[in-house]
Design a protein around this ligand. Sequence first.
Ligand SMILES: *Cc1c(COP(=O)(O)O)cnc(C)c1O
Length: 379
Amino acid sequence: MNVPTPPVTVPQADPGASYRALKASIDAAVARVLESGWYILGRECAAFEEAFARWQGAARAIGVANGTDALALILRGLGIGPGSAVATVSHTAVATVAAIEMIGATPVLIDIDPATYTMDPAELEAVLRDPPAGLPPIRAVIPVHLYGQPAAIAEIIAIADRHGASVIEDCAQCHGATVGNRKAGTLGRAAAFSLYPTKNLGALGDGGVLTTDDTALADRIAALRQYGWKERYISDLAGVNSRLDEVQAAILAVKLAHLDAANARRQAIAARYDAALAGTGFSPPARRPGTTHVFHQYVIRCADRAGVQAQFRARGIGTNVHYPMPVHAQPAYRGRVALGPAACRETERAAAEVLSLPMFPELTDAQVDQVCAAIRALG
Ligand SMILES: *Cc1c(COP(=O)(O)O)cnc(C)c1O
C-alpha cells in the first residue's frame, strides 16, 4: 500500500521568495526602466557594474548575458582559443566546461579534494608539469569556488604562475566569500559570476558579471561583449552579443544592497544544520581555514542517498543533487575530455554521494526547524 507523499513545505530552493522579499523596490526599479525607453547597456547597467566592482573590491566589473559567457569572454579577452588547453574540474556545473569549448579550447579536468569539493592543487601541479599526451599548451586554469567555498586559490595561483598559466576564478557560487581579508574572485587574473536566479546574487532572468583589476583586459572584454565595437557599428575586434539588460541590472542593483545580509542568513542556517548533524552519522560540510563559506549550497554526503532523500521527502522537505554526474561522464563529453592522472576518482565518489539540503535566505525559522528535526531523525 502506498503511503501518500505530503506536499513539499520546505523547497530546496525558491527564487520567487527573493522577489517577494524585495517586491516593492524591485517593482519600482523595473517600472523606472520600462518608462525610460532605454533597455540595453545604459545607465542601469553602468550603475550596477560600478556598485558591484566597489562591493567586490575590483577595479572593473562588466555585465554580460550569463555566467557561462562571463567565463568565455574572459578566455577570449586573454587571447585563449583553439590551440590552447584550459584546466578546470569535472565536479562543477557543466557551464564551466561548456565555456572552455565555446571558445574552441580543450578542457583538461582535474580531480577534487574530497573535503572541500574544490580543485586538488597537487594534481594540477602534476598535470602542468607533465600534461596528458597530445594536449595543446595549458594557458589557463579555472578553479571553481563550489557551493560557496573558496578553492585553495593562493596555492593554485602559485602553481599556475610557475607554469605561465592565467587563473580565472569561477565565482558563480561564491558571491561574497572571502579569502583572508579579500573577496574570492580578486586573487586571480579575472573572475566570472553567474547571476542566475538561484545564485547568491540572482537576477530574475539570466545575467552574468565579470571582474578584473586589469583595465586593458576589461576594455577588451567590454568591446567583445558587443560585437567588438569601439565605436558604434565599427567592429574593432571580432566579438559576440552578450549584454546584461537594463531591467536585470536595475533588479540586481536592488538585490546587491541586501547580499551581505542574505549571505549572513545562509551562514546562520548552515550553523543550525551543523548543530542538528552533531551526533548523527553525517558530517557537516568542511570549511577551509582562513576563508568564509557563503553556502550557495549546504551539502552532506550519504552512502544511501536515495534513501536519505526519501526520508526528507516524507517530511515534506525538498533536496537536490549538485551534481549527479561528473562532466567527464556525461554523454556529450564521455571519452572526449582529457583527465589528469587521478582520473577524477574523488569526483566520481562525490557525485554518487552529495546531497544538497534546503538553502536560501528566505527560509523561515520554522522551516529551518523542520529540516533540523528531519536531520536528527536520520540518526
Ligand atoms: C551557474 C554556474 C555557471 C554558469 O552560469 P550561467 O549564468 O547559468 O551561465 C558556471 N559555473 C558554475 C560553477 C555555476 O554554478
